[in-house]
Design a protein around this ligand. Structure first.
Ligand code: ZN
Length: 459
């Protein structure tokens, strides 16, 4: 099958070019002006952009949390991603305490195999750093699971102490893997949260105020310094606060291989959204939403490359039946927000349409940088020879975000009623049109597991 995408403007991270794109089979075969090559079908991209499919390196499909599971499966979550212009996800497989990495990874392969609609890779969450686990890390890196997430938050569940984190970093310095850190001081946060709950401050809003941004800044600096001594790069996930950004910037100014992502919720939503009684549970995630004045700092961080990636931390729980586990105690609200479908459009709307980000920088943070940093050389650009993961994007089209029309399997949207500028018209995954307007043409199980390389971006 040959598909010709005609008349569009290719937006890559490094350049914008008026050219046609010929797709042959699963790959991009030719790029040029007025291509006359014979094709089985033609997609008219006049007035539109042709961008590399977006890559979301932070999702949690079916994550077990607080006695329930994130609602999107690999089937529903990857279909929703595709409607939003995302053609690759990297999800977090989970090692629970006492088990091997292999057991956790096998469980995630079972969840995804035959279900994913787009290509996917895995990171590995390490909850239990033991000698045998350290040597398993080497095996996983060789198998294409090259990145590992550890936590300074969630004592008793995912938490690792500084010694454990340091050992994992030393191991990654040897095997070429990358440690990703959830950096908040979980031990101190739990003290404040318990004090708030005991004082009768049980509304979701207190989830936000219990987790001071100072405690994110502190933990971010701590893990950066551990990595410095271990001689390893470090990547801060879901950076939410100015305090943490300042630490990342300081480290980068010193020449350290410190990297960070932020997420749309921290760029667009704020602590105020967590007010309004139990409605605030819709916005409970960790780190929490911050006072609105942090947002401009994060946008500036994206502009100046102190933040390299925007991912979603997609982890949806229904408001009715899941979030309400925390009625009467904010500590029992499952942590997480839906977002995998909205990232590309929100970043276009708030970044490109407002003039904060150039179209090329937008493509960099949603696709090209994730591909480079996470070892996916076949993705992240519109270039001959790469996978034909392509989006025909309409930068002018407006649409309204709503739970009544979104494709994520969750009963609310954090952006209900927001009118945004920009939308994906046609989405191709390895050469196959999987989304055409409102129509789903993809197939469950067509997504392939991606063995990822050690990251060349970090060296
Ligand atoms: Zn996460």
């Amino acid at each position: 099958m040959r598909t010709l995408i005609k008349g569009g403007t290719i937006v890559n991270a490094d350049a914008t070019t008026r050219a046609d794109v010929l797709v042959d089979g699963e790959t991009i075969a030719m790029i040029g002006t007025d291509l006359q090559a014979g094709a089985d079908r033609t997609v008219d991209a006049t007035g539109k952009w042709v961008i590399p499919g977006a890559i979301d390196v932070h999702t949690h499909m079916e994550l077990p949390f607080g006695g329930t599971f994130a609602k999107d499966t690999f089937e529903t979550g990857t279909r929703a991603a595709a409607f939003g212009g995302t053609t690759t996800i990297v999800d977090f497989a989970v090692q629970t305490r006492g088990e091997s990495l292999r057991q956790g990874l096998d469980r995630w392969h079972e969840k995804a195999d035959g279900k994913a609609c787009i290509d996917y890779g895995f990171h590995m969450i390490i909850s239990d750093v033991r000698d045998d686990v350290l040597s398993e890390m080497d095996t996983l890196v060789d198998e294409g699971v090259t990145t590992f997430k550890l936590f300074t938050a969630y004592p008793g569940v995912f938490f690792s102490d500084d010694g454990a984190i340091f050992r994992a970093m030393q191991q990654s310095a040897k095997n070429g893997g990358l440690i990703m850190m959830h950096a908040e001081n979980g031990l101190a946060i739990d003290v404040v949260a318990a004090q708030n709950a005991a004082a009768g401050n049980t509304d979701p809003y207190y989830h936000g105020v219990s987790r001071s941004p100072v405690m994110e800044g502190e933990a971010t600096n701590r893990v950066i310094r551990l990595a410095e001594v271990a001689g390893a790069p470090v990547y801060i996930v879901h950076l939410s606060a100015r305090d943490a950004l300042n630490e990342v910037r300081r480290a980068r100014d010193e020449g350290l291989p410190a990297f960070a992502e932020t997420c749309p919720q921290y760029l667009f939503l704020s602590l105020e959204d967590m007010g309004n009684g139990f409605e605030g549970a819709k916005f409970v995630c960790s780190p929490p939403l911050r006072p609105a004045d942090h947002q401009e700092d994060l946008w500036l961080g994206l502009l100046k490359d102190d933040l390299q990636v925007v991912s979603t931390d997609h982890c949806p729980f229904d408001f009715h039946g899941q979030k309400d586990l925390g009625k009467g105690d904010f500590r029992k609200v499952p942590n997480g927000l839906p977002g995998v479908e909205n990232r590309v459009d929100l970043l276009h709307h708030g970044g490109v349409a407002t003039g904060r980000l150039t179209p090329t920088r937008w493509v960099e943070v949603i696709s090209a940088a994730p591909a480079r940093m996470f070892g996916l050389p076949q993705k992240g650009a519109v270039a001959v020879g790469l996978d034909a993961d392509l989006v025909v994007y309409d930068p002018q089209r407006t649409h309204t975000i709503s739970a009544s029309t979104h494709h994520m399997n969750v009963d609310y949207s954090c952006y209900e009623g927001w009118e945004v500028t920009g939308g994906s018209d046609v989405v191709l995954s390895r050469g196959k049109i999987i989304v055409d307007g409102d129509e789903w043409l993809g197939k469950t199980g067509d997504g392939r597991f991606l063995k990822r390389l050690r990251s060349p971006y970090l060296k």
